[in-house]
Design a binder for this molecule. Structure first.
Ligand code: MSP
Length: 644
């Protein structure tokens, strides 16, 4: 691996807000960027937003705003999310940036000038969600083979890029550079795709205008993937900044999800060949993060908003989960239960406890001051020392091969070994000996192990590393490098500062009701309010009337087994009886509810809570003391009366 490292994430579509799947790629990229910086490499880490195309233009039109206003707001939410997740990128390329506009036009013009772009007419199929052209024989049951959604027939004058001409050269390149397409299974898929025949690619559109105009023919806008892929050059100042290009091109790593490998390993290298630029070292196609084994998608209503998760659990548990739970390259599963179990087991129990118990003993035996390692190490000490001393190099090796979960697992083996070491060396027995030298050594070894763990963990979990560093009484973490993660760097005499546990355990019981609800596919959420809407929340009377509020008489109420917050109600809403499951068990006894006339939303999509159908929602308000009170009307108002 070269000692400079240019890595990128895909640039995401601001057609919607990002979910935990997008955060997955970017978290991995950020951790790799931080690691390589820590290992002394010169790193350039770029992300961005892919803002043109038919999909975005339609989404903006549906909202009745300009595409620019639409993307500006969503891109701001991307940047907010990256900030929340402690993502430290060096550049953020927006495809609506002027510099990008220039780069795309230069690329288009150059390829045209040397004859690899020509004008013809296109007649074929287009998948707008994927922004992909398809020839008829690749369709599956007439739908997009990637996303399975319907395609549209497109007939228009277009510019074409001679992909077919480059197929033999690309195949040869792939064969000679096994590191280019990773993992290997994806390389085989791509090779088969190329061998099955490459068609020339349509690289301009005329039926909409939200894009970069073709420089010499402004009836056409550049095809969105041709536009988007160029971002990797825009970030280096192409075509103006030769120095940046010399320093960073070709990229070392494009990290992408498996579904966009084709664009990055076929179209992109051929564009570069046509431009006479070198091909990136590696395109790595990782698997998908699934939700309870199902693909996350807005239409399924099972997307997870990372900002909400961070609010609940903090950022590092989420970063840790994403990188540890999934074997990088393969699909992995996200569930709230698995997130909590991982956090409790690895972060609270193993790492948090190790720090806590070690610093407690150090306080007790040495007033928190790191002692001298006085006694010569025995075999048990030496095994710990050797593992810790070599760990940095072995993690570095694993990360060069993009084995993220193995790298974390290797670090957590040290955490496990250190916990076992405490039990085996039992400082509470050593303290009883007249000669305290063994106790000194054991305590030194423990705190030194923690120092090495803090250093190695911080590229993955920046907040955790910093908290550990502070409790160990150390300074200047940001100036430390991989060379500091070797045994013996801890100075005796360091005054540690034990603090609160860095990862409080999450009580599964408390989370249960919430968790189960969160794991059930939710009804499709309505689009998020725009910032303006969220601030002012002015709705029209028509909006309000969409919500059907009616009076309901409670006929029966009973507790729900195994859910101490929930009650199951049978209510009469005039025309019919409904079952509603409500989180009011702590505030009302079931027998007090029967006969009450309350207000419910009757046209809410049904949901299942704890396996019980809930067909409506009741209205209630909570006092500052936390007492919840149902909204009621007098029994004179019959069930079924509309509330408005
Ligand atoms: N705009 C294109 C990329 C252009 S790059 C020159 C695009 N954007 S996207 O918003 O749809 O983002 C796709 C990327 O998001 C995937 O390649 C992957 O990196 C990430 N993911 C989106 N959903 C994901 C999961 N459920 N799981 C893992 N990664 C996912 O495609």
């Amino acid at each position: 691996m070269s000692e400079r490292f240019y890595l990128t994430t895909p640039i995401y579509y601001p057609s919607d807000h990002l979910h935990i799947g997008h955060a997955y790629t970017t978290t991995v990229a950020d951790s790799l960027a931080r690691w390589h910086r820590f290992a002394g490499r010169d790193v350039y880490f770029v992300t961005g937003s892919d803002e043109h195309g038919q999909k975005i233009q339609r989404a903006a039109a549906a909202k009745g705003i300009t595409p620019q206003a639409y993307v500006d707001e969503i891109v701001a939410s991307f940047k907010h999310l990256w900030n929340e997740m402690n993502i430290e990128y060096d550049d953020f390329v927006r495809t609506t940036d002027h510099r990008h506009h220039e780069a795309v036009q230069a690329v288009f013009q150059r390829i045209y000038d040397q004859g690899d772009i020509y004008k013809s007419s296109y007649e074929g199929w287009y998948c707008t969600p994927c922004e992909t052209f398809w020839v008829e024989n690749r369709l599956v049951d007439g739908n997009c083979p990637d996303c399975k959604r319907p395609v549209e027939l497109v007939e228009e004058e277009s510019y074409f890029f001679r992909l077919s001409k480059y197929a033999p050269r690309l195949l040869e390149y792939i064969e000679e550079h096994p590191e280019f397409i990773q993992p290997e299974t994806r390389r085989n898929e791509m090779v088969n795709f190329i061998k099955s025949g490459l068609e020339d690619l349509c690289v301009s559109r005329t039926t909409f205008d939200w894009g970069i105009p073709v420089p010499f023919d402004d009836k056409h806008v550049v095809y969105v993937w041709f536009d988007a892929l160029t971002n990797y050059l825009t970030a280096l100042g192409y075509p103006h900044d030769g120095e940046m290009m010399d320093r960073w091109w070709p990229a070392n790593l494009h990290l992408v999800g498996k579904e966009i490998m084709r664009f990055h390993t076929i179209i992109w290298p051929i564009m570069l060949m046509a431009l006479d630029l070198p091909i990136p070292e590696t395109v790595f196609g990782h698997g998908w993060l699934l939700f309870d084994s199902d693909k996350m998608s807005k239409s399924k209503g099972n997307v997870i908003d990372p900002v909400v998760l961070i609010g609940e659990f903090g950022v590092d548990p989420i970063r840790y989960f994403l990188m540890r739970e999934v074997s990088f390259g393969q699909d992995g599963n996200f569930s709230r239960k698995a997130l909590i179990e991982r956090t409790n087991a690895d972060l609270a129990n193993d790492l948090g406890n190790l720090l806590n118990r070690s610093l407690s003993m150090l306080n007790r035996y040495f007033n928190g001051v790191v002692p001298e390692p006085l006694a010569a190490p025995n075999a048990v000490d030496q095994a710990l020392i050797d593992y810790a001393d070599n760990l940095g190099a072995s993690v570095d090796g694993l990360l060069k091969e993009l084995k993220l979960n193995e790298a974390l697992s290797r670090i957590w083996q040290l955490v496990g070994k250190a916990n076992k070491y405490v039990d085996e060396r039992a400082p509470w027995n050593l303290v009883k000996l007249e000669d305290q030298s063994e106790l000194s050594s054991v305590m030194y070894n423990l705190v030194e192990t923690l120092r090495i763990i803090a250093l190695l963990v911080q590229p993955f979990l920046p907040e955790t590393g910093a908290k550990m560093w502070a409790q160990l009484g150390l300074e200047g973490l940001e100036t430390k490098g991989l060379e500091d993660a070797v045994w013996g760097g801890l100075a005796s005499g360091t005054q540690t500062v034990k603090g609160d546990p860095i990862f409080p355990r999450i009580e599964i019981d408390k989370d249960k009701a919430k968790g189960e609800r969160a794991q059930e596919p939710k009804p499709k959420p309505s689009p998020k309010p725009t910032l303006k809407e969220a601030e002012g929340v002015l709705i029209s009377i028509d909006d309000f009337m969409k919500c059907e509020l009616v009076v309901a008489k409670i006929m029966e109420a009973e507790p729900l087994k195994g859910a101490d917050r929930l009650l199951k109600l049978q209510v009469d809403i005039g025309a019919e009886r409904r079952q509603i499951v409500a989180g009011i068990a702590k505030h009302y006894a079931p027998e007090d509810l029967v006969g009450m006339h309350i207000v419910v939303v009757q046209n809410l999509k049904p949901a299942k809570l704890r396996g019980e159908l809930s067909e409506g929602m009741l209205l209630a308000a909570t006092s500052p003391q936390g007492k919840l009170e149902l909204v009621t009307v007098s029994p004179d108002i019959p069930a079924g009366s509309r509330v408005k």
